[in-house]
Design a protein around this ligand. Structure first.
Ligand SMILES: Nc1nc2c(ncn2[C@@H]2O[C@H](COP(=O)(O)OP(=O)(O)OP(=O)(O)O)[C@@H](O)[C@H]2O)c(=O)[nH]1
Ligand SMILES: [Mg+2]
Length: 286
């Protein structure tokens, strides 16, 4: 028996809620159980059907009206309020077993870079409620194909990875919007960033930043943990491929009924092939 929690993170508008909904639909379509948990106190009312919704506890609109906070201060207040009412969350989450809970998070970047509320929440879910937690950090492809923006996105992804200390995948969303306009090789450079990015970024920045560019590229290369999975939320195969990675890092399969060792090996090989095929197909590779 196990329960998995996926925190879907990333800057504003990158496609988090769309991905959460596509992931939910896909998990349900393959006969598994999943639920959406909304952690965005400013989400549009009625856009998606959430099983658990922070707006039932506190909404940003009320906080801004009653406490005279602005949107960012109000959001932090909402999270602090949630952290001091975790018994509410525990009760709402209940006793789901063998299920996925998909946490749709707000797009305010400070939540992933230096405010410690999300790490504290993730810790509560894993240590006190027994969730196998992971993070999916989204950056949108049309934004990050501009090299300097790609670097700022990668730094924010690394920052979330370090702050949250969770098993982590990075996702390059909205790939459908760029894949016809870029070469396969270029897209691959963004999916698996390495030292070859340096020449690309130097052509678009002032020479006085070359040393900084080199230091950043070396940091990303040395860190060696930044890779992106391609996502087109309208393509169910793409969502299936990302789910196979989430299953892997949360050890979903291991927690299910034991299988014959021979079957296990076969299934693992098959899954790896499917993921590699899918990535190649999404970036139009042979
Ligand atoms: N073409 C394309 N558009 C997408 C994709 N995913 C999301 N979008 C669009 O991008 C816009 C923002 O999507 P959301 O899912 O609301 O993004 P979000 O990250 O939840 O936004 P915030 O919660 O405001 O931070 C919407 O218009 C979506 O339809 C995708 O894979 N491809
Ligand atoms: Mg959203």
């Amino acid at each position: 028996m196990s329960r998995v929690g996926v925190m879907v993170l990333g800057p504003a508008g990158v496609g988090k809620s769309t991905f959460c909904s596509s992931l939910l639909n896909h998990i349900q379509s393959i006969g598994r159980r999943a639920h959406l948990v909304n952690l965005d106190p400013a989400a549009d009312p009625g856009e998606y059907e959430f099983t658990v919704d922070i707006r039932d506890l506190i909404s940003l609109e009320d906080v801004m009206q009653e406490m005279s906070f602005g949107p960012n201060g109000g959001l932090l207040y909402c999270f602090e309020f949630l952290m001091s009412h975790l018994d509410w969350l525990d009760e709402e989450i209940g006793d789901y077993e063998d299920e996925y809970l998909i946490f749709d998070c707000p797009g305010q970047i400070e939540l992933y870079t230096h405010v410690p509320v999300l790490p504290a929440l993730a810790k509560h879910l894993s240590q006190n409620l027994g969730f196998s937690m992971c993070a999916a950090y989204l950056l949108e492809a049309p934004f990050v194909i501009d090299r300097p923006k790609f670097f700022s996105g990668v730094m924010s992804a690394m920052s979330a990875m370090i702050l949250l200390e969770l098993p982590h995948i990075n996702v390059l969303s909205k790939l459908d919007l760029i894949k016809d306009d870029m070469s396969k090789q270029e897209i691959k450079t963004f999916l698996t960033p390495d030292a070859s990015l340096l020449s690309g970024i130097n052509t678009t920045t002032n020479p006085k930043f070359y040393d900084l560019n080199r230091a950043l590229v070396e940091l990303i290369d040395d860190f060696g943990m930044v890779q992106f999975l391609p996502l087109d939320s309208t393509n169910s195969d793409s969502v299936a491929m990302i789910l196979s990675y989430i299953d892997d890092i949360t050890q979903w399969a291991e927690a299910q009924e034991p299988k014959e060792p021979k079957d296990d090996v076969f299934e693992e090989d098959k899954e790896d092939d499917t993921a590699a095929d899918m990535i190649a197909q999404l970036i139009n590779q042979d």
